[in-house]
Write a new protein. Structure first.
Length: 312
């Protein structure tokens, strides 16, 4: 069973249970509408030693920041602002003293930056490496929330930054090159929190998510839930310096926002984004009414079977 096949089994098994007002599985966060037109969003993410990080290649402080950053990115991808987190961590004996304190300092530094308090969680002992679970809570006007299911045929597909730097950084780490700029970037992702809130306020933005597993996989979630297809112009992919096209599409952990927007408003949106944030929005393709993901080079289809990261 694949990761997403397992998730689909979970969705089916829990479908008969009343949802108590929640919008559940399918987006980066679960949604709970509140009185007065507001909503809370909830997400949880798990990091396991040997799968998501290598302790010898990542400092405790960096891992503390990263474990929070990847959750704040999910909240931002819904158009919401983070308001609180919960942290659960399982530590082996050799990480239960100074390592744990440095981890919490890294977690606190990013929490302070985004005014996001740590309000609870759990700690326990581990006999087999470090496991970290973070739950992040966000808040936004209900009308500002962006969901994967809302892409429309004709929409422009936009990436809110260059892609492939983190994947190239992971390649450096695995090769033992721990001190390169790309390796540092991989260990210290920057969630686009303010950008996500800004996109949430823009009605011309329809669907949105963050790029955690790679464009080649993540875009398919939007296509499947919106019942649409896409054409991607390979020459328009914003490949980060010292990376390459396949890493940009499949490498994962870029944590840039991926969105679809009304074609008539996309140019203005791009210009105002640059004015507001000083960085570029990159148009990389378009949503189509016909299902499927088509890779184009200079307008001609190319038969690639690119996939992003999958846990199993």
């Amino acid at each position: 069973m694949t990761e997403f096949g397992f998730i689909e089994q979970i969705r089916r098994l829990f479908a008969p249970i009343p949802d108590q007002g929640f919008e559940g599985i399918g987006d980066d966060c679960a949604v709970l509408p509140l009185a007065g037109g507001e909503a809370l969003v909830f997400t949880a993410d798990l990091l396991t030693e040997g799968v998501h990080f290598l302790r010898h290649a990542t400092s405790a402080r960096e891992l503390g920041g990263k474990s929070l950053a990847v959750n704040l990115s999910d909240v931002a991808s819904m158009g919401a602002r983070p308001v609180a987190t919960l942290l659960s961590i399982a530590l082996p004996r050799d990480a239960a003293q100074s390592w744990a304190l440095e981890f919490i300092e890294g977690y606190r530094t990013l929490s302070e930056r985004y005014s996001t308090p740590l309000v609870g969680g759990d700690t326990t002992r581990s006999e087999a490496g470090i496991t970290i679970n973070v739950t992040a809570i966000g808040r936004a006007p209900l009308t500002h929330l962006k969901r994967r299911r809302d892409a429309r045929p004709g929409d422009v597909i936009l990436a809110a930054g260059e892609l492939g730097a983190s994947g190239a950084g992971l390649r450096d780490l695995l090769a033992g090159r721990l001190d390169t700029p790309l390796a540092a970037l991989h260990r210290n992702p920057a969630p686009q929190v303010d950008e996500g809130v800004w996109f949430g306020s823009r009605p011309e933005v329809h669907a949105m998510m963050d790029l955690s597993d790679g464009l080649a996989s993540d875009l398919r979630h939007i296509l499947d839930l919106s019942h649409v297809g896409a054409e991607i112009d390979l020459e328009q992919i914003p490949v980060a310096a010292d990376s390459d096209l396949q890493t940009a599409l499949c490498g994962g952990e870029d944590y840039k926002l991926l969105l679809t927007a009304d074609t008539a408003s996309a140019e203005r949106l791009t210009a105002e984004f640059r004015t507001r944030f000083g960085t570029s929005l990159y148009p990389i393709g378009r949503i189509t009414s016909e299902a499927g993901l088509t890779w184009l080079r200079n307008g001609r289809p190319e038969p690639h079977d690119w996939q992003g990261f999958s846990h199993y």
